[in-house]
Design a binder for this molecule. Structure first.
Ligand code: A3P
Length: 331
């Protein structure tokens, strides 16, 4: 007889034995669906989360206090979070390693370690870290939808940088990524089945379109607080977008820096080829078990054509047109 699998033998991101009573009570009242990685998704404040992630969301909402000088990087999963983390870290710290570039922390640390996620790292498993000792400006990341941000984020002058990516490439990247996270015995998810779920809004931090629109609207209403970026635009005009980003974060490039090619240096350091070929990113792992290499796949625009049928593409295009109608946002 095979031994039943206990939650202790599961990878950390699938375990739900560390939930607080508050979280367990809440879960019993929430709509549920089959998860892409863990068994269940729960819908909280309109968006879908795995249980361990939901615990992180609640703890973060209860305990995170934003400071006016904080910068929060917000993304939909698989829209280039790792890249954005690397670029913002390099931007903020560009004076520290100018004389000795070989000492740059990005050469020996994965960007997720340098810019931690709130709900997935700092507040995971109901931890409440003391972040008051960190030097300002503090740099954090999150996948939280706008509606679920801790109140202090909205009430303070902290800034949000939002990055999203066209839904077809996001979906394909998410399909590949979540298949890597699934335990081998569960096999890969059927593309048709998870596409159907994605289209119904049932995906990690989905509905995808609601997530994007929440920040799009916020960036229209509060442009000095919320900056809206697209992966495709970063790929097409990296220097323009990174200069915009530096300006928004309050550390614009000086004319001397422009002349010395500092922007090019940052883009090179943070490029897909450089980061994905570093030893740390080829062989390292997160404390929760995910391999860093899972965050680097192809890094291209338009890769969805290699997986989606014409019919699938048409379906996603139609939903996107319908959802974004009247918003002036286009992919
Ligand atoms: P693909 O799966 O399409 O290759 P996230 O960081 O939000 O998890 O997103 C992962 C996606 O960003 C993956 O897309 C990954 O390859 C791509 N990516 C990672 N690092 C990148 C970089 N430095 N430049 C461009 N894309 C990058």
């Amino acid at each position: 007889m095979p031994t039943p699998q206990t939650s202790c033998s599961l990878p950390k991101y699938l375990q739900d034995d560390g939930l607080t009573e508050e979280c367990r009570d809440l879960i019993t009242s929430l709509p549920t669906e089959r998860g892409w990685v863990a068994d269940h998704f729960f819908q909280y404040q309109g968006f879908w989360h795995h249980s361990r992630q939901l615990q992180g969301v609640l703890t973060c909402q209860n305990h995170f206090h934003a400071q006016d000088s904080d910068i929060l990087l917000v993304t939909t999963p698989k829209s280039g979070t790792t890249w954005l983390k690397a670029i913002t870290f390099a931007l903020f710290n560009r004076w520290l390693y100018a004389d000795d570039p070989q000492q740059h922390p990005l050469l020996t640390n994965n960007p997720h370690e340098l810019v931690p996620f709130l709900e997935l790292k700092l507040y995971v498993d109901n931890q409440v870290p003391d972040l008051t000792t960190l030097t300002s400006p503090r740099l954090f990341a999150t996948h939280l939808p706008f509606v679920s941000l801790p109140t202090s984020v909205k009430d303070s002058a902290c800034k949000l940088v939002y990055l999203c990516r066209n839904p077809k490439d996001t979906f394909v990247s998410l399909w590949h990524f979540t298949n890597k996270l699934r335990p081998a015995e569960k096999g890969t998810n059927s593309l048709e089945e998870v596409l159907d779920m994605f289209c119904r809004g049932v995906s990690l931090y989905g509905p995808f379109w609601d997530h994007v629109l929440g920040y799009w609207k916020a960036s229209m209403e509060l442009p000095e607080k919320v900056m809206f970026l697209k992966y495709e635009e970063m790929k097409e005009q990296p220097k323009v977008q990174v200069s915009r980003l530096a300006e928004f974060m309050g550390c614009p490039f000086s004319p001397e820096e422009e002349k010395e090619g500092v922007v090019d240096g940052i883009l090179k350091l943070c490029s897909f080829d450089s980061l994905s070929n570093l030893e740390v990113n080829k062989s390292g792992k997160m404390s929760s078990g995910e391999e860093y290499k899972a965050f680097f796949r192809r890094g291209e625009v338009g890769d969805s054509v290699n997986l989606l049928t014409d019919e699938m593409t048409k379906r996603l295009d139609e939903i996107t047109d319908e959802k974004l109608h009247g918003s002036a946002l286009k992919f």
